[in-house]
Design a protein around this ligand. Structure first.
Ligand code: SF4
Length: 146
């Protein structure tokens, strides 16, 4: 089993790193958004986490956006992102084994804008009590992207 992980968006590798490095120091905003949607078994940990819900629609891979393909949905996008495709390379002092295709990679422990707080769903109409839904609304997790 490999200990290296590659993250792809619209048919391109946007980040590649060793498993532990990728999980502890994600550099690409898409990687960070994916990680925020991973379910955790500890309810207290789930409450502490910030989940990023990406806006916009997944572009067509037949006619991808100019520049960075992720820019229409990226919370960190700037003008340069729509004009220039980023190169997959080490950034922020990372080793050659950790490469990211992003003009503005995430610093260590940098967070993306998060989701609203968990909402309470009343399931009394289904014959049960009102229960809080841990981790918020899961209807729009970013795993719907290729
Ligand atoms: S290059 Fe720009 S749009 Fe693409 S992931 Fe990085 S910050 Fe976001």
């Amino acid at each position: 089993m490999s200990d290296r992980v590659a993250v792809m968006y619209l048919g391109q590798i946007v980040e590649v790193a060793g498993r532990d490095d990728l999980y502890s120091r994600p550099r690409h905003p898409y990687t960070k958004a994916l990680q925020s949607a991973i379910p955790v078994p500890d309810p207290d940990e789930a409450d502490r986490r910030t989940r990023t819900v990406l806006g916009g629609d997944v572009p067509s891979p037949i006619d991808p956006p100019r520049g960075c393909r992720f820019h229409p949905r990226c919370p960190k996008a700037q003008t340069r992102c729509a004009e220039e495709m980023p190169v997959l390379e080490p950034r922020l002092g990372d080793s050659f084994g950790h490469r990211v295709a992003c003009h503005f990679p995430l610093a260590d422990r940098e967070e993306l804008p998060g989701a609203p707080p968990p909402k309470v769903t009343n399931v009394a109409s289904l014959g049960g009590p009102a229960v809080p839904m841990r981790g918020g609304d899961h209807s729009a997790i970013p795993w719907d992207t290729p």
